[in-house]
Structure formats: C-alpha cells, structure tokens
Design a protein around this ligand. Structure first.
Ligand SMILES: O=P(O)(O)OC[C@@H](O)[C@@H](O)c1c[nH]c2ccccc12
Length: 262
C-alpha cells in the first residue's frame, strides 16, 4: 500500500509537470526575485520564535477553516507577533495555492515560507519568484544528492531552506547535506500519527549552535510550548491551533505565555 506521503509526492510531480508546460524553467528563471527578510535570522532572533501557518485543510483533519482569507490571516499573525509565516501551496490535499503565497509575501513584512512537497528544483525557483524567504524540503522525499542540490539552489536564490526530518538518520543526513534551518516534524507524514516527544528527543542530538531547530506539528497548549523552551528549541511551527482560533492574537499571546491560556 502506498503511504500518503508518496501519494502526495506523485500528485505533486504530475502538477509540476503541467506547470512546467505552461511556464518553462528558463522563462521562470528570467523573472525577478522580490526582496525579503531572512527567515533564518527571524527565527534565530527570539528565544522561542513562532512560525505561524496559513493552512485551509489537511488530509488528516479535512477542512480546518471553511472561511479562508489567507492575507487577512497572515496579517493577523504578523500583528500578533509571529516571527515568520508558513503558507501551504499544495492544492489537492491542503487546498493551498501559489496565489495565496504570493499575496501574503506582498502583504507582510515578516519572512514567508513556501510549504509544499518539493520534488523538483522547479518548485524552489517558483518559491523565489513568488517572494518566499524560505522553502520547505522534506528529507524523506529526496536522495542525499538531491537534497544537497536543493539546499544549494535555495541559498543561491537568496532563500533559507527549512529541512524537515522525522528520524535520527534523516537528521544526520540533513546536517551532512548542509541544513542550517532544521525542522523536526512530530507528525509522521506516512500515516499522520503525531508524537510530541519526537522534537525534544531529536533536539538533544544537535550540538552546533548555528543550527536553528524548529519543532513542528501538534501544538495546542502553553504547557506544550513551555516544554519546548526547556528543551532548547529555537522555533515552533503552529498551524491548526491558530487556524481554528477565531481570535488569532489572543491564541498566539496565550501560547507565548503573555496571557493565560483560555
Ligand atoms: O497544524 P499543526 O499540527 O500545527 O502542524 C503545522 C505544520 O507542522 C504541518 O502543517 C506540517 C509540517 N510539515 C509539513 C509538511 C507538509 C505539509 C504540512 C506540514
């Protein structure tokens, strides 16, 4: 049985093949790259930085936000103190879009991450021309050679790749391939099972101070965030909890510990 990650990756390959027919790589590369702040610096600047995600739906949760105005949500995150914003662009399983990413990049001053299932360098060039400051690279989808090339290309285009891992072996591969922004996903993208102990556990394996360590997925409460602070995590990526909150500022403030959690 094919796991969900591979199913999404295959659908992404087909989508990108269609997009390449519309806009060939050479044409895409000729487009200007908008200026943007550094994602790495933004996530390093605070003891625990919040990377807030714009996500309409997911394969595990279905539609999370039936009323969905991506720019409004991104601006609310920014005003509430997000260090950076993550925007899903995968259309079939997450109901994301390139248009939402591009509009958000134009509307906010904080750096924006393109969240997709990168299986082709074309997607990295797209992220840059849309104005993204960073691009997610899921280690499970790439060979070491592909990962090394993807990191180099993102850097060349002025972006910081967020390299996402789930296991110790993947973490070592990410570091060997030159990752500086390292994400640990508590959610197993093969079956969507969440294990919140994964990020703090893998955090202990990273000794290099230059690495910015991002804990991803499944966070809901201030107590869970406090555990990340104690574990020495640099940033946390939060999607669903914020997407479901009618008052984004109140929820983010509560998660940051600036007010009591409701
Ligand atoms: O909504 P959550 O549980 O707060 O998770 C956000 C983010 O970590 C999750 O959306 C995510 C992490 N890595 C991904 C890769 C692809 C798609 C989605 C993701």
């Amino acid at each position: 049985m094919a796991d969900l990650l591979q199913t999404i990756a295959q659908s992404t390959r087909e989508r990108i093949a269609r997009e390449k027919e519309r806009v060939p790589l050479e044409q895409l590369k000729a487009r200007p790259i908008p200026a943007h702040p550094s994602l790495y610096e933004a996530l390093k600047a605070e003891p625990l930085a919040f990377l807030c995600e714009v996500k309409k739906a997911s394969p595990s949760k279905g539609v999370i936000a039936p009323v969905f105005d991506p720019v409004r949500i991104a601006k609310a995150y920014e005003e509430a103190g997000a260090s950076a914003i993550s925007c899903l662009t995968e259309p079939a399983y997450f109901q994301g879009s390139d248009a939402a990413l591009e509009a958000i990049c134009q509307a906010v001053d904080v750096p924006v991450l393109r969240k997709d299932f990168v299986v082709d360098e074309y997607m990295i060039v797209q992220a840059a021309v849309m104005g993204a400051a960073g691009v997610l690279l899921i280690v499970e989808l790439l060979t070491p050679d592909e990962l090394r090339r993807a990191i180099a290309l993102a850097n060349q285009l002025g972006m910081d790749p967020l390299v996402e891992v789930r296991t110790e072996a993947q973490l070592h591969m990410a570091l060997q391939c030159g990752a500086r922004l390292l994400g640990v996903n508590n959610r197993d993208l093969r079956d969507f099972h969440v294990d919140l102990s994964r990020a703090p556990r893998l955090r202990t394996l990273v000794k290099n101070e230059d690495i910015v360590f991002v804990a991803e997925s499944g966070y809901r409460t201030r107590e869970q965030i406090e555990m990340l602070e104690k574990a020495g995590v640099d940033a946390v990526l939060i999607g669903e909890t914020l997407m479901r909150a009618p008052d984004k500022r109140a929820m983010l403030t509560a998660l940051k510990g600036e007010t009591r959690c409701g």
